[in-house]
Unconditional design. Structure first.
Length: 131
């Protein structure tokens, strides 16, 4: 069983997928010619992550578990569409209203940056609808 770095999170996976998409031919050349170490170093240079995270991203890509993607916005749009379909949104609103400011801040601090951006986009959409 392969273990991955504790630092590897959704943000790094999205960044890695975007970099792999933008530089796919370079990565394919290195990986097809057994220059695995060069592909890890290249991921490190492009992403600014550490060697361990870069290695994990390349390992996931080689295993077919990380698909290169052109844009994060498509994933966010899909996430927004999925969120709009959740039937328990009304219940969730009631629960959020009952939280103290401190508890709500703790919840927000533990969300990924992608989740926070998604929430922000939903709020912006609602502001536009009410104008």
């Amino acid at each position: 069983m392969t273990t991955y770095s504790d630092e590897l999170n959704d943000e790094y996976l999205v960044l890695g997928a975007k970099i792999l998409f933008e530089h796919k031919s370079e990565f394919e050349d290195y990986l097809s010619t057994d220059h695995y170490i060069l592909s890890v170093k290249m991921m490190k240079d492009y992403s600014g992550t550490g060697l361990r995270v870069s290695k994990d991203i390349i390992d996931l890509y080689r295993a077919g578990k990380l698909i290169p993607g052109p844009d994060i916005k498509k994933e966010r749009a899909d996430k927004l569409e999925k969120l709009e379909k959740i039937p328990f949104v009304d219940d969730l609103i009631i629960k959020i209203k009952s939280l103290s400011v401190y508890n709500f801040e703790n919840i927000l601090n533990n969300l990924s940056i992608d989740d926070l951006i998604t929430i922000d986009e939903i709020i912006e959409k609602e502001k536009i609808k009410t104008i």
